[in-house]
Write a protein that binds this ligand. Structure first.
Ligand code: IPM
Ligand code: MG
Length: 368
């Protein structure tokens, strides 16, 4: 059988640096566990614009459709701030999500014991935290029509449209309920049904799918603003949160900071199963391209490495190997190895991006 295929799109800013550590880990799995992948690389975001005048070429888009999993670093940077909207780096990422139809975006927020002191919240609020945000990723206000900036009389009007079909809500709800069954069996759905019709429909459809197909799962509903408040007040009340594209964007950044650093949060974006049974999939850290520290070897590669662990779990069904990688990260953190973003008030000497990657590989070796 052919090796599973991976397309690496490291992108901009710290993307290539953190992805460099993932490449070392992919090599480790080939050498030490006989898990070999066919890896190819290409451009996305600002670097693709520099090379081709577009943040994602049709050829790269076609490659992404063919592989078993895409690993993405980050896109964007101040250099591209003044580009036309249609060719901004982010458009490359959004095209991948849309055309691969990656409707279910899994963003786990897990607080490692060793980092419980790093959260801006009190330690007992975050210690042991393990929640999963399921963000709808291919619809809503990110893609709704009409959109644009028009002239109305003497002034300009900016328009975006929040739009959800029943089937779009139903499929992401199912994905949240399926996940909940493998975890704490609880789903909280968040919208703004008090002000938005799309929120009313969201709430109805999530409830209908629950009642018809997942009555064993505990379901609650919350307005998204109250949800944000509850996430900072007592986040451990949640197990799985399911929400739309825009609220999910906001709430997942908030949840990330509960864990100590945005440099820790991985994500998986999953679509429908392909012919080989694997879901269409793209894995990326939740953090951005961090232009302020790019190229300095300071970035924390853990979010990107944990994203590869999610690929092992969700695309390649290598559950024990995903556990192994997550445990290696946990061990390194417990040993006090820290990149700059994980420096507490007591200070210390931060390690570089590559030193963090090497420490994780040493922990992988020690796990054999
Ligand atoms: C994210 C990011 C993206 C988004 C940007 C880069 C387009 O913030 O993945 O959370 O808004 O979805
Ligand atoms: Mg975001």
């Amino acid at each position: 059988m052919a090796n599973p295929s991976i397309l690496i799109l490291a992108g901009d800013g710290i993307g290539p640096e953190v992805m460099g550590e993932v490449k070392k880990i992919i090599t480790w799995y080939g050498d030490k566990r006989g898990l070999n992948f066919d890896v190819s690389e290409d451009l996305v975001g600002g670097c693709a614009y520099d090379a081709h005048g577009t943040p994602l070429t049709d050829a790269t888009m076609a490659k992404a459709q063919e592989v078993d999993a895409v690993l993405l670093g980050a896109v964007g940077g101040p250099k591209y701030d003044n580009l036309d909207f249609s060719v901004k780096p982010e458009r490359g990422l959004l095209r991948l999500r849309k055309e691969m139809d990656l409707y279910s975006n899994l963003r786990p927020a897990q607080c490692f014991d060793a980092l419980a002191d790093f959260s801006s919240l009190k330690k007992d609020v975050v210690a042991g935290l393990d929640i999963m945000i399921v963000r709808e990723l291919t619809s809503g206000v990110y893609f709704g029509e009409p959109r644009g900036i028009h002239k109305e009389g003497n002034e300009r009007v900016g328009i975006n449209t929040q739009r959800y079909t029943e089937s779009e809500i139903a499929r992401v709800a199912r994905s949240a309920f399926e996940l909940a069954r493998k975890r704490g069996n609880k789903v909280c759905s968040m919208e703004k049904a008090n002000v938005m019709e799309s929120g009313i429909l969201w709430r109805q459809v999530v409830q209908e799918i629950h009642d018809a197909e997942y009555p064993d799962v505990e379901l609650s509903h919350m307005y998204a603003d109250a949800g944000a408040m509850q996430l900072t007040r007592w986040p451990k009340q949640f197990d799985v949160i399911v929400t739309d594209n825009l609220f999910g964007d906001l709430l997942s950044d908030l949840a990330a900071m509960l864990t100590g650093s945005l440099g820790m949060l991985p994500s998986a974006s999953l679509g429908a199963p392909m012919e080989n049974g694997r879901p269409k999939a793209l894995y990326e850290p939740v953090h951005g391209s961090a232009p302020d520290i790019a190229g300095q070897g300071k970035a924390n590669p853990i979010a990107c490495i944990l994203s590869f662990a999610m690929a092992l779990r969700y695309s390649f069904n290598e559950l024990a190997e995903a556990d192994r990688l997550e445990k290696a990260v946990e061990k390194v953190l417990a040993d006090g190895v820290r990149t700059g973003d994980l420096m507490g008030p007591e200070g210390g000497t931060p390690v570089s991006t590559t030193e963090m990657g090497d420490a994780i590989i040493a922990a992988l070796d020690a796990s054999l």
